[in-house]
Design a binder for this molecule. Structure first.
Ligand code: ZN
Length: 408
C-alpha cells in the first residue's frame, strides 16, 4: 500500500506541434526514455488545470492542483511573494511585492531596479516596522532589487492601485483606491505617506551616498505592485492530513508552497534557471520521503525557454529532466509519483495557453493503461481521460487510502 507521494510539476511543459520539429511538440520530439517508461507503467491522462479554455498563471495553476480554487483562495501575488520570503502573514494583512528603484528630484523614475542592485537589506531594514495612522509597515528584502511590503492594521483593503507605472522616464504614481470603500481610501492614504517618508529616509541613507559617489543608481524609492489581502485559509496539512514539503528554485513556487504551510526545503544547485541541478532536486525528493508524506518538486526552465520562443532549448531541457528522472528508478514501492505540468506554454506563442497538459500517476494500485509515451497526444488515450487540477489531490488521497467513505 502506498502512503507517500511525490508530485513533480514541470512548468509550462505542454506545447503545440512545431513544423521544425516534424510537427511534434518539444516533449514529443525529445528523447525521453525514463519518462516514457514511467508512463508505460502508469495511468495517464490529460489535465485542464483550471478548466477548459482557461489560461492560468503559474500561481493560480499550482493552487488549483493543490485543490485551492482561485475564487476562494487566491489572494493576488503580494501575499504569495511575502510567504515565499518567510513573512508570517496575519488575517487582513495587505501585501505587495516590489522593487527598490531610482527616482530623480521630481520623483521621475530613472531606473526601476536601482541598477539591478544586488542586496536591498540595508535599505529595507531602515523602513521595517514604520507606523503610520495605526498601520504597521513590514518591509522585507527579496532577491536582488526586490522587496515585499506588508501593511498590518485594522480595516485595510487591497483595492488600491500600484505605484509602479512599469516604465521609466515618468513619475512614480500616487496610490489610489479602486473602489469607494473607506478602507481602500485609508489604505491608499497610509501607503502614500509611507512611500514619501521612505523616500526621505532612503535618500539620506549612507549606502546611497556611497552609491552616488560611485556613479551607481541610488536605491531611493519603493515601487510596489500586486496588492493582495491575506485571509486565513486551511493549510495543506489541515486539508489533507499530509506533511508536505517543497523543492523548487523559483521564488513563486516556494511562495505558493509556504502560503499553504508546506516546508520549503533548501536544495543546493536549484536555481529556477536552465542551469539548475535537476538531479539534485529529484534525489532530495526521494530522500525527503523519509520525513514528509508529500513532496512537491518544481522545475521551471521549460516555461522560461518557451516564453523566449526557444523550442529547441525547451526540447533539450526536457531531455535533461528525463535524464535526471532516472533517479525515480529508486522510488520506493510505498510511494506514488505524479508527473505533470501546471499549464502549456507553446514556444511559438511565447506565452501560457489553455491547452491541456499530460499527467501520469505511477505507483502501486494504479490502473496501468496502454499509454507508452509521456506526451501531449500519447496521454490523450490514457485511463484518466481528461481531468482538471481539482481532480489531482482527490486521486492522490484515494491512492494513499485516505479517502473518507461517504454514506454507509
Ligand atoms: Zn507555470
Amino acid at each position: 500500500m502506498i502512503d507517500k507521494a511525490i508530485l513533480l510539476i514541470i512548468d509550462g511543459l505542454g506545447d503545440r506541434p512545431i513544423a521544425a520539429l516534424g510537427d511534434r511538440t518539444p516533449l514529443e520530439a525529445a528523447h525521453t526514455p525514463n519518462l516514457d517508461r514511467l508512463a508505460t507503467s502508469a495511468e495517464c491522462g490529460m489535465m485542464h488545470t483550471v478548466g477548459r479554455g482557461v489560461r492560468p498563471g503559474s500561481d493560480v495553476a499550482h493552487l488549483a492542483i493543490f485543490g485551492y480554487e482561485r475564487s476562494l483562495y487566491y489572494p493576488g501575488r503580494g501575499p504569495i511573494e511575502a510567504a515565499g520570503i518567510g513573512v508570517p502573514l496575519e488575517d487582513g494583512d495587505v501585501a505587495m511585492r516590489g522593487n527598490l528603484g531610482t527616482v530623480d528630484d521630481k520623483l521621475e523614475i530613472v531606473d526601476r531596479r536601482a541598477g539591478r542592485i544586488r542586496v536591498v537589506e540595508p535599505f529595507t531594514k531602515m523602513l521595517d516596522g514604520m507606523e503610520i495612522d495605526g498601520v504597521t509597515f513590514l518591509v522585507k528584502p527579496g532577491t536582488a532589487h526586490r522587496a515585499v511590503v506588508v501593511m498590518r492594521g485594522p480595516d485595510l483593503s487591497a483595492a488600491i492601485t500600484d505605484n509602479d507605472p512599469h516604465v521609466e522616464g515618468v513619475a512614480a504614481s500616487t496610490v489610489t483606491a479602486t473602489d469607494d470603500s473607506p478602507s481602500a481610501k485609508r489604505t491608499a492614504d497610509a501607503l502614500n505617506q509611507f512611500l514619501a517618508r521612505a523616500h526621505e529616509i532612503l535618500k539620506g541613507h549612507p549606502d546611497n551616498r556611497a552609491r552616488r559617489a560611485e556613479g551607481l543608481f541610488e536605491a531611493n524609492y519603493i515601487l510596489l505592485r500586486g496588492a493582495g489581502q491575506y485571509r486565513r485559509l486551511p493549510s495543506f496539512k489541515e486539508r489533507y492530513g499530509l506533511d508536505g514539503c517543497c523543492i523548487a528554485g523559483g521564488g513563486l513556487y516556494k511562495g505558493v508552497a509556504a502560503f499553504l504551510g508546506m516546508t520549503v526545503l533548501d536544495c543546493p544547485g536549484a536555481t529556477g534557471l536552465p542551469d539548475t541541478d535537476i538531479r539534485a532536486k529529484f534525489d532530495l525528493a526521494l530522500e525527503s520521503l523519509s520525513e514528509y508524506d508529500f513532496v512537491f518538486v518544481h522545475v521551471k526552465a521549460t516555461d522560461s525557454l518557451a516564453e523566449d520562443g526557444n523550442f529547441a532549448g525547451k526540447k533539450d531541457f526536457t531531455e535533461r529532466i528525463d535524464e535526471a528522472a532516472a533517479a525515480f528508478d529508486a522510488l520506493p514501492e510505498s510511494a506514488l509519483l505524479v508527473v505533470t505540468a501546471d499549464h502549456s506554454t507553446p514556444s511559438e506563442l511565447c506565452a501560457h495557453s489553455a491547452d491541456p497538459v499530460p499527467i501520469l500517476f505511477h505507483g502501486q494500485g494504479v490502473r496501468v493503461d496502454g499509454v507508452t509515451a509521456f506526451g501531449e497526444r500519447a496521454c490523450t488515450s490514457g485511463g484518466l481521460g481528461f481531468i482538471t487540477g481539482a481532480d489531482v489531490m482527490p486521486q492522490v488521497i484515494n491512492l494513499l487510502g485516505r479517502s473518507p467513505l461517504l454514506g454507509g
